[in-house]
Design a binder for this molecule. Structure first.
Ligand code: MG
Length: 401
């Protein structure tokens, strides 16, 4: 059944004249969700039952718990793409996270999903990332594989919220609702139950709710556009280069040029990027909506039991997204300008990992105690993964003398 829709009048409404679309806003009443949305009153709950809060629902509380963690604050000093950030104008992992949350709220509202849950999942989606972005993650995984283990940032994020964050007297971790923990694990990929018996409670044979499915795609919209922006700002990418490699951007730039022929290049670039961004967001809303209708999805159970994820771009925009990604890999992520930062990041992570494997007595006391219960490699990995770029740099200076 369609959710009930209504119009609300915002300050400065049409009586003052002006554009109807700008002055009136479409709103969905709190609680008036699509039948396939996650309803907070039907949450599978927390590991340790807690009394309800007088005015915040469980997903709002989870969002606030995530924001108040150390791991969340550390995102500010973790690399998104530019390791040695030449400018404070570039994204870091915290500002990237806020951008993903913004896009996710828009998507969730338009698809009549649970906005609080989508926002919480967006805010927590990168919390398990180690320092130095993708290079740090690759180096940490490589180090773990030398010891027969591996590093996975989603699984690490679950460990952070379940175990590492110590904020409450009654339990370890944040005691988040099932739906948030499930979304942390499943938002970007599926895990085979046979390979991950420890994740058995997370319904691995089922798709996650749409609120979680969205996150991987809003993440990609955020970083594809932001990395073009930062790459251009850093003068690694030029408009001509981007237009050659990303046809959807070229089209948008052509429109911006026609509309603002006198504008300086940077502002035409911004206009083009905004159009490309809007195209991806709108396509994701519309295409996901049509897939929901085509698959005759009526309930959350239908979403979970559907053989594929329902949140998806159309084939056309998916191809454009892929072109942008391929372009960014070839011209930004693997550019000579970023190469030395990346190699340095891999060296620092690799050398520190090996140092603590040989000298566990140099680990902080709390980690030494953990090593009595878990493989040392896992403990060293947890220690490194939690570090900010600044902190790991300092450790490396100390260790390498
Ligand atoms: Mg991300």
């Amino acid at each position: 059944m369609e959710a009930t829709k209504f119009w609300i009048r915002l300050p400065g409404g049409p009586s003052r004249g002006g554009d109807l679309n700008r002055n009136w806003s479409f709103a969905t009443l709190a609680g008036m969700l699509a039948d396939y949305a996650v309803r907070v009153e039907r949450t599978r709950g927390r590991r340790y039952p807690e009394p309800p809060h007088p005015y915040r629902n469980d997903f709002q509380r989870d969002r606030d718990r995530v924001i108040h963690t150390r791991a969340f604050r550390r995102l500010e000093n973790k690399t998104q793409v530019f390791t040695a950030r030449g400018s404070d104008h570039f994204r870091n992992r915290l500002t990237h996270t806020i951008e993903v949350a913004q896009i996710s709220r828009t998507l969730a509202e338009q698809l009549e999903l649970n906005v609080d849950l989508a926002e919480t999942l967006a805010l927590v989606h990168d919390i398990g990332h180690p320092p130095f972005g993708h290079a740090g993650e690759k180096a940490l995984d490589a180090a773990m594989r030398r010891h027969g283990l591996f590093f996975d940032h989603n699984l690490h994020a679950l460990r952070i919220v379940e175990d590492f964050e110590l904020r409450y007297a009654a339990f370890r971790g944040l005691n988040l609702t099932f739906e948030v923990r499930e979304g942390i694990i499943k938002h970007s990929r599926d895990y085979a139950a046979a390979d991950h018996p420890e994740l058995g409670e997370y319904l691995l044979e089922q798709r996650p709710p749409l609120e979680a499915q969205l996150i991987d795609l809003t993440d990609e919209i955020a970083y594809n556009t932001a990395d073009l922006d930062d790459g251009y700002e850093a003068e690694i990418l030029t408009v001509e280069q981007i237009c050659d490699g990303v046809p959807a951007f070229a089209r948008a730039y052509g429109e911006a040029e026609k509309r603002y022929p006198q504008a300086i290049e940077k502002l035409k670039f911004n206009e083009a990027l905004k159009r490309f961004f809007n195209e991806m967001v709108t396509d994701l809303i519309e295409n996901t909506r049509s897939r929901i209708v085509a698959a005759k999805i009526g309930t959350l159970e239908d979403v979970r039991r559907h053989p594929q994820r329902l949140a998806a771009f159309s084939a056309k925009v998916d191809e454009e997204r892929r072109q942008a990604k391929t372009f960014l890999y070839a011209n930004l992520y693997y550019s000579p300008e970023l190469k030395s930062d990346k190699e340095r990041a891999e060296q620092i992570v690799g050398e520190l990992f090996d140092f603590w494997m040989v000298h566990p007595e140099e680990l902080p006391r709390s980690y030494q105690a953990k090593a009595e219960e878990e493989p040392l490699a896992r403990v060293v990995c947890d220690y490194i993964a939690g570090m900010t770029d600044g902190y790991i740099e300092k450790q490396w200076v100390v260790v390498s003398g």
